[in-house]
Each structure stands twice: as C-alpha cells, then as structure tokens.
Design a protein around this ligand. Structure first.
Ligand code: NDP
Length: 354
C-alpha cells in the first residue's frame, strides 16, 4: 500500500493535500471524504465552471458520496467534465427565477447544471407555497445529472412537503414495448418533520437506476433477472446488453405509467424536451441531455398534517424490519466518513488529468 499525506501534481500546478489519498493496490484510490468536494470543485473550475457553479455541483457530488450514493458521486465527474469541454453545458450559468403564473416559479437554468438552479429556487418556492398553499417550480434549459433527494430535502428544510421529477434520455420501453422511449425518470418526495430529518424517498421509474447498471458493467458483475432486456428484446442479466437494450420499469405497466407521467410533467407541461426529444438533440458527449424538472411544493395552513404524520411514522416503526425512507442513506454517513471514498484508479486519473 502506498500513499499518505503529501501533495499531488494535477496537470501543472501542485494541489496541496492536507489529508490522505491512498492507492489501495486494488486498482482503486481511496480519498478522505473531505477530499471529495475540493477535488471535484477544482476539476470543474478547470473545465470552465465559475466558482458558484463549481461549488454547487461539487457539493452535490460530495453529498452523494457522503450518503453512500456512489452512482451519483465522483462516478459522474467524467460526464460533468465532458459536457463542459464540449461546450454543451454553460459552466458560468446564472439561473433566473421569475413568477410566470401566480403559483408558478419558472427557472431558466441558463444552460447550466441543475444544482445552482436548485439553490436559487428553494427559498422563493417554499415562500410562495407558504403564501398560496401550493407552488410549482418549473425548471427549463438545465442539465440534471444527480440524485433528486437533494432538491426535495432542501425544500423540506424550508418547511414544505415537495415532489420532484425529471426525465433524461430513453432507457425504458413503454408498457408492452421493447424499445427505450422514457428516461429512467426518478420521482422524489420529501416530508418535513419537527425535530427530525425529513422523510425522503427518491426512486427511479426503472427497477434499477442506469448509473447502477453502468457500475455493474464497469465492475464486470451480472444483475438480477428483471432489471432489463437486451437489444433483441429478450431478458438478460448482462449489464452491457441491458445498456444496449433497455432497462425495465418497476412493477411492469405501473412503473411505465409513472415514467410516462414524468415525461409529461417535466417535459411537455413545462415546455422542455421529453426523453425522446432529448436523444435527438443531445451530442452524446457522456454528460446529461438538456431537460427540465417539475417540482411541486405544498405547505399546509398549520402544523396539523405534520403532527398527524408522526403517528403514521410511529406505527411504521413499531414493525420489525422497518425504517423510514431516507434514513438508510443517512445511516451510511458515519461509515463513509470513517472509511473514506474508494474509486477506481482510472476514474481518479480522469478527474485529476484536468
Ligand atoms: P433505490 O432503489 O436505491 O431507493 C429508492 C428509495 O427507496 C430510496 O429513497 C430509499 O431510501 C428507499 N428504500 C430503499 N429500501 C428501503 C427500505 N427497506 N425501507 C424504506 N425505504 C427504502 O433508488 P433507485 O435505484 O430507484 O434510484 C437511485 C437514484 O438515482 C435516485 O437518487 C434518483 O434520483 C437517481 N436518478 C437520477 C436520474 C436523473 O436523471 N437525474 C435518473 C434516474 C435515477 P434510502 O435512500 O434511505 O435507502
């Protein structure tokens, strides 16, 4: 094993490292959790992001790693960097929030990554929901490459319940079909809790998120049956074949209908591209396509609904084997902080090369 304290040369100037970067001898590199954000932020700046955009995206990557969501952590950096390098994504985006209808805040993402738009939107959207009972955030001209729990959790911390969804590029067939048409189209929901972290679930419309299938392909292991089909339309457990074919929606036609709803809300309803349209305009540089996001914030008139919910949560937790959604990922924080973040050498070198 080699590595330890010291400095690491990254294409020119030396970046001083205050904590460890360890080669594990297993074709992987181990970073201290604290190293994740500075590494990502520096690379994003060198690829053309200004400070604000680099910080927002790097924070999002750090939060994913901190919660053990590796498929949305540093793993995404080559895609983020590729889309900055190709000029598809504006690293100096300045998202603009405006009231387009009395209950609708429209956000023009200025062609940038979504996390900065989320930061600009959260407080005004929560405030509008508190005034009106409900408010919609309609994000357009943006590039979403992250896990959605982060934006709904931001809203729950502002005291409102929230639902968010976004489309991508075709990965799932419609019910009865075999050719990709819908994105893996995640839906996230957050519910604020007095004195506790919000209840948050965030799930793809697919049996498994595409990032997880990509990681399985990279690591060379098979997937359970039912995750996807090959290009011939037949079931397969080979992640490479699934990436060439299609992932399957969870729950058959039920998941397909959720994916369809996401296309309509995050695409057609707010005037952005649906997944099939995004596929036609994207330059396939490895980053996300331009798309939209639909966010609904709901504020009750008082604390009654939140108090009532606590009784349900209590009932859930009286059953052995249960936990609230969101708590599983939070339970990973301590072990990730202690163990650090292990990524493949090749990935580390791609990030450091910039
Ligand atoms: P998972 O199947 O891993 O988890 C889905 C949800 O179920 C989580 O909120 C999880 O909570 C909860 N959950 C899991 N097990 C239990 C349990 N035993 N009891 C209660 N709740 C439980 O997520 P997916 O693979 O479907 O999605 C992964 C990520 O990919 C999401 O964050 C999604 O936003 C992202 N994604 C992003 C896309 C984009 O275009 N930007 C496209 C597709 C997906 P917990 O976290 O606490 O385990």
């Amino acid at each position: 094993m080699e590595g330890g304290q010291g400095s690491l040369k990254i294409a020119g100037p030396t970046i001083e490292r205050t904590n460890f970067m360890e080669k594990t001898g297993n074709d992987t590199v181990k970073l201290a959790l604290d190293e994740v954000k500075p590494l990502a932020e520096e690379a994003l700046k060198r690829a053309g992001c200004n400070d604000e955009n680099a910080s927002a995206v790097a924070e999002c990557i750090y939060q994913a790693e901190r919660h053990g969501a590796h498929s949305h952590g540093l793993f995404r950096m080559p895609g983020y960097l590729a889309s900055l390098n190709s000029g598809k994504v504006n690293g100096k985006a300045s998202p603009k929030v405006s009231v387009s209808r009395p209950s609708v805040l429209s956000v023009d993402g200025d062609g940038g990554y979504a996390p900065l738009a989320h930061q600009h939107l959260a407080k005004p959207l929560a405030d509008l929901a508190k005034q009106q009972g409900v408010a919609i955030g309609a994000l357009t001209n943006t590039f979403h490459f992250a896990a959605l729990w982060q934006e709904v959790e931001l809203l729950a911390h502002e005291g409102v319940a929230a639902i968010a969804c976004t489309a991508f590029k075709p990965a799932l067939p419609p019910a009865g079909g075999t050719k990709p048409l819908y994105g893996t189209n995640p839906v996230a929901f957050a519910w604020p809790r007095e004195g506790a972290e919000p209840m948050v679930f965030d799930q793809a419309s697919a049996v498994m998120a595409r990032g997880e299938v990509m990681i399985a392909a990279r690591e060379g292991h098979t997937l359970p049956e039912g995750v996807g089909i090959g290009p011939d339309g037949n079931p397969t457990t080979d992640p490479n074949e699934i990436l060439k074919g299609a992932l399957l929606p969870f729950g058959g036609y039920k998941g397909a209908s959720i994916a369809l709803m996401v296309e309509l809300l995050a695409g057609a309803m707010i005037g952005e591209q649906m997944s099939f349209e995004a596929a036609a305009t994207d330059n396939n540089d490895g980053g996300p396509p331009r798309g939209g996001e639909f966010i609904l914030a709901i504020a009750p008139g008082g604390a009654g609904p939140f108090n009532a919910a606590e009784q349900l949560f209590e009932q859930i937790l009286t059953q052995d084997g249960t936990r609230l959604p969101g708590d599983g990922r939070r339970q990973k924080r301590a072990s990730v902080a202690a163990a650090g973040v292990e990524i493949p050498n090749a990935l580390y070198e791609k990030i450091a090369a910039i």
